[in-house]
Write a protein that binds this ligand. Structure first.
Ligand code: ADP
Length: 768
């Protein structure tokens, strides 16, 4: 229960059934069964006054020793009944028969109902006398009284026991119902208290940014100076983000509360989690001049299997709090491996700050929801006090534990432990295969990405279809039943999620067909969004051959997977080319083969001039959204070929584009372009231009045929058709008067500028 424990752990019988009621029940029983009876609590202490006690027993208890022995018998009997959970009968020290039944509430043994002090035959005179002598009472008197104790037949005893059994069951039932009612009542009271707290917190936390939005919007509307307007819009955006975080937190809390939040396991890199956390808090930390430190000890495996999104969420929460509650110094994240089994490692993540600290007393409270420890000290800090409650819940869902150590004025140290699987232990078997009969569709609005994905798949013997838009993908799925669809997440017009939903909606046969998201962005919540939109899993961009192979092995129908006989040459052992400034090893690993890498590289090289001048033009004409799209593409394509530094520069510029940080763009674009253009000098020598002289001249009719085929392919946005035609045209030489047009046509098709391509085809046809 995330709302803290509102019920006491130890259940007391008398809290749920009154002593009077118990006494009445017990009295009726002893009247009816003509025997003694008593009800005691779990420790054997009497709850009721015993009833129907026979004179013999009273006499025995006159002696202190006798009374002690009776108590001992009672408690042994109770213990036995508790142990087996059913009524038991036994003979007491004085030779009488007793029976006892346990009372149980919610699996807790809370007391006993005992009865008896009866005999089944004539008293054993010898024994009665001996007992009386032992405990110091008159033996003759004892014998006299023993003869007057109730005499039951075996049958009567069984009946009495059955009765007592039923009575205790009824008592247990009654008490349990009452217990449930009170638990519900407590939880309702607790919930209403929480609601009050939440409302108080929320009205502040939501109203502040809301008022901000409205006030700033007013200011913006009345402002003439565009720079000022922009500044207001930025502030509005910030408030909007804050509100979104709040809403997301509340949704998360309601998900964990209702148990609908799942832990999804898959391979991830620790470094990526930390990178994302740091980039999310960097700005705030910088503004407060707080240093952010991360450290992963050497024995932590780089890749693990677990729910990286949830782990990232917990760490982010702790780091955010660290930054929030620290005015000077640093916030550090340390990840260490504290124990290791064959298949798993236990990680300890510690987030330490040099902030205001938390008192001992408050350390108990902060993991409960809506608990902020002191509204005064929190006034400066945003939040409604559910972050740590969610973090605790998430950690516990991953079978881990979370805790805090802190000294007021010195800082706090939050830590949690989780056990993660090692990669390659439980991970699926990785065998080489080809899948020539697989039907795969790759959907992406970026032509280069499509080519790369299709190329990576071709290294697995898969010939993939491609679609350049969501709408086209929906259409193609109507025509062909694919085995797997790889779906770009961010596309204009119809995005990956919408496309997926439409496919599933329109074609029932696609209900079971895996649709795998391709996404460059696995930030908070993205994955949940994808999964809830019906996507089956995701692969990150830039595309990684290993991951694609894994997806195929996992989702393709078994009969379409043909295991390769020969072990594939493992990439790491294969010699690979080195290119100055490029991480070719990683790039080749991503793309699967060196040959294909060179292909992609060539493509990349061919586009440098054009793309660079486009980017420049967008900056000059201040077309920021076009600029951002180009930088996004430059980021992925550069990382894909191993130009990591340029990829990072582009990523920063893309971020600046998204945040309309024009100043940053203007200050940094040229440096990135210099780097981009410098790749030309490095890459060009790798690709010797084929001697045009070796090509055969294409006949006019052949060219005309080719162009009309190309026109059809352009009409249908059939990428493969376009490329085939273009390949054929490029494989030949042409008369001088059309050479330039053909180069332009090639460029237009490369850029997927269909309109221009259609125009050029018409122009060439005119010339012919
Ligand atoms: P929120 O930050 O949204 O208020 P949390 O559940 O994350 O909610 O934290 C609960 C409370 O615990 C915070 O309001 C704050 O008072 C306290 N707290 C959390 N982290 C720290 C920290 N690193 N240093 C000092 N106080 C903290």
């Amino acid at each position: 229960m995330i709302y803290g424990d509102f019920m006491e752990d130890r259940i007391e019988l008398v809290d749920y059934i009154s002593v009077e009621r118990l006494q009445e029940l017990q009295n009726s029983f002893s009247d009816l069964a003509q025997c003694g009876a008593a009800i005691s609590d779990r420790d054997g202490s009497a709850i009721t006054q015993s009833s129907g006690m026979c004179d013999f027993c009273k006499y025995i208890r006159v002696s202190r020793l006798g009374s002690e022995r009776c108590r001992e018998c009672d408690s042994n009997g109770a213990e036995q009944a508790f142990r087996i959970g059913k009524p038991v009968s036994y003979t007491c020290h004085a030779g009488l028969v007793d029976f006892v039944a346990p009372i149980v509430i919610d699996n807790q043994r809370v007391g006993c109902f005992s009865g008896g002090q009866v005999r089944l035959g004539e008293p054993d005179e010898e024994k009665v006398r001996r007992v009386a002598q032992d405990i110091g009472v008159n033996p003759e008197m004892a014998l006299h009284l023993a003869r007057r104790t109730p005499l039951l037949t075996e049958k009567q005893l069984q009946n009495a026991m059955a009765f007592i059994h039923n009575v205790t069951l009824s008592i247990s039932d009654m008490a349990y119902k009452q217990y449930q009612i009170e638990a519900a009542k407590d939880s309702i009271e607790y919930a209403s208290q929480l609601k009050e707290d939440l409302m108080a917190n929320m009205s502040h936390e939501i109203r502040t940014p809301m008022n901000g939005v409205i006030g700033l919007a007013d200011l913006a509307l009345n402002e003439q100076n565009p720079d000022e307007v922009k500044r207001y819009l930025k502030l509005i955006k910030k408030s909007g983000r804050l509100l979104l975080t709040l809403v997301n937190d509340i949704m998360d809390l309601s998900d964990v509360e209702s148990g609908s939040m799942d832990i999804n396991e898959e391979e991830y890199l620790i470094k990526n989690i930390l990178d994302e956390v740091i980039s999310a808090v960097e700005e705030d930390a910088k503004a407060k001049n707080i240093e952010l430190i991360t450290n992963v000890t050497g024995n932590v495996p780089k890749a693990l299997i677990g729910d990286s999104i949830r782990i990232g969420q917990v760490i982010l929460n702790l780091v955010k709090n660290g930054v929030k509650f620290t005015d000077a110094g640093n916030v550090s994240v340390n990840i260490e491996n504290i124990s290791e089994e064959t298949d798993t490692v236990q990680l300890k993540v510690t987030v330490k700050d040099t902030g205001i600290g938390i008192s001992q007393e408050n350390q108990q409270k902060i993991f409960q929801s809506f608990r902020q420890i002191d509204s005064k000290r929190n006034r400066q800090a945003e939040g409604i006090g559910i972050g740590l409650a969610i973090a605790k819940h998430l950690v516990e869902m991953m079978d881990g534990t979370i805790g805090v150590e802190s000294t007021v004025g010195e800082g706090s140290k939050f830590f949690f432990t989780i056990t993660q699987k090692k990669v390659g232990t439980d991970a699926e078997e990785e065998y080489p295969f080809t899948a020539p009969n697989a039907k795969i569709l790759v959907v992406d609005d970026n032509n280069v990405n499509l080519k790369v994905a299709a190329g990576v798949l071709s290294t697995m013997g898969v010939k993939a279809d491609t679609a350049l838009s969501g709408a086209l993908a929906v259409e193609m799925c109507g025509r062909t039943k694919y085995d797997i669809v790889f779906m770009d997440y961010m596309m204009p017009e119809m995005d990956g999620m919408e496309t997926t939903q439409n496919i599933r909606l329109l074609y029932p046969e696609y209900e079971q067909i895996p649709i795998v998201a391709l996404t460059a962005n696995i930030a908070d919540g993205t994955k949940d969004l994808l999964i809830s939109a019906g996507l089956n899993e995701y692969a990150t961009k830039p595309v990684v051959a290993k991951k694609m192979a894994q997806v195929l092995r996992r989702w393709l129908p078994k009969e379409k997977i043909i295991r390769s006989e020969i072990q594939e040459e493992t990439i790491s052992n294969a010699p690979h080319i080195t290119i100055e400034g490029l991480d070719t090893k990683t790039a080749i690993e991503m793309l699967g083969t060196e040959e294909f890498y060179l292909d992609v590289l060539k493509n990349y090289l061919g586009l440098i001039d054009k793309k660079a001048s486009m980017i420049r033009e967008f900056v000059e004409n201040e077309k920021w959204s076009e600029y951002t799209i180009q930088l996004h593409a430059l980021k992925s394509s550069s990382k894909q070929i191993g130009a990591m530094e340029l990829g990072d520069m582009a990523a920063e510029l893309e971020r600046a584009g998204n945040e309309s940080d024009i100043e940053y763009i203007k200050a940094n674009t040229e440096a990135a372009l210099d780097k981009y253009l410098s790749l030309k000098t490095i890459l060009a020598p790798l690709f010797v231009i084929k001697d045009e002289g070796n090509k055969t001249r294409m006949g006019i009719d052949e060219l005309k045929n080719c162009l009309s085929e190309l026109s059809i392919a352009l009409d249908n946005l059939d990428m493969e058709g376009m490329n085939n035609c273009m390949d054929l045209i490029n494989a030949h030489s042409h008369s001088d008067n059309i050479c330039e047009l053909i180069t332009k046509l090639d460029d237009a098709i490369e850029m997927l500028d269909v309109d221009t391509a259609v125009e050029i085809v018409a122009e060439i046809e005119n010339v012919l």
